[in-house]
Ligand binder design. Structure first.
Ligand code: SF4
Length: 199
């Protein structure tokens, strides 16, 4: 079944694509067979912008409407722009969770297109240097991805009012170094728990 949207702790999460710029071994696409909190997030077919909007209802009912996946919504920029525009016009708050490689993927700076449409962008950075990042996330562009993400964070600050860098508490991963990077970039840092058991 196609789960386009699902509620979790007061937020509405949108699952608009399973495609991603990384192939993280810890992703639930691989680990939990696409299940999250009893939702099957495997998309047999990617939804249109209209199908996503129709699944939302009243955006004001939720603390945030979060583009999450499992996949990277910024691969689908045209749909993201249509959906976020509609959410903002209807009083909602928008967060996008991303792997931070959308500019590299599209071959252009997509961030100006999100100005006024996105309240918070949350960029995952699991790795404090190119080698560690490459080992943990298996990204496109391999070692170059780390520098691309740093550039993406810096650029995002110009167009989106709240930019957050996140890192997952994997066993043996020193997230304090990522926190230092976030501090130096002048953005908020958020630690995410490592979910080992299926929820
Ligand atoms: S970035 Fe997120 S969605 Fe993409 S493979 Fe990694 S965990 Fe999965």
């Amino acid at each position: 079944m196609n789960t386009i949207s699902y509620v979790f702790v007061g937020n509405l999460y949108l699952n608009i694509t399973n495609r991603c710029t990384m192939a993280c071994p810890y992703c639930i696409k691989n680990k939990w067979n696409n299940n999250f909190n009893s939702n099957n997030l495997k998309l047999e077919k990617e939804p249109s912008a209209k199908e996503v909007i129709d699944s939302i209802g009243d955006p004001k009912k939720y603390k945030e409407i979060v583009f999450c996946g499992y996949g990277d919504a910024l691969i689908k920029m045209e749909e993201v722009k249509k959906i976020t525009k509609w959410i903002k016009e209807n009083g909602g708050t928008v967060r996008i969770n991303t792997a931070g490689l959308a500019n590299a993927y599209h071959g252009k700076n997509i961030l100006p297109e999100l100005k006024g449409l996105v309240d918070v962008i949350s960029i995952s950075l699991n790795g404090a240097n190119p080698e560690e990042h490459n080992r943990i996330n298996n990204p496109m562009l391999k070692e170059k991805s780390f520098d691309e993400i740093i550039k993406f964070v810096t650029e995002a600050k110009k167009y989106i009012s709240e930019v957050v860098v996140t890192a997952v508490e994997f066993p043996g991963f020193d997230t304090s170094k990522v926190q230092e990077i976030a501090d130096n970039l002048g953005v908020r840092f958020r630690l995410r728990p490592y979910l080992d058991d299926e929820k």
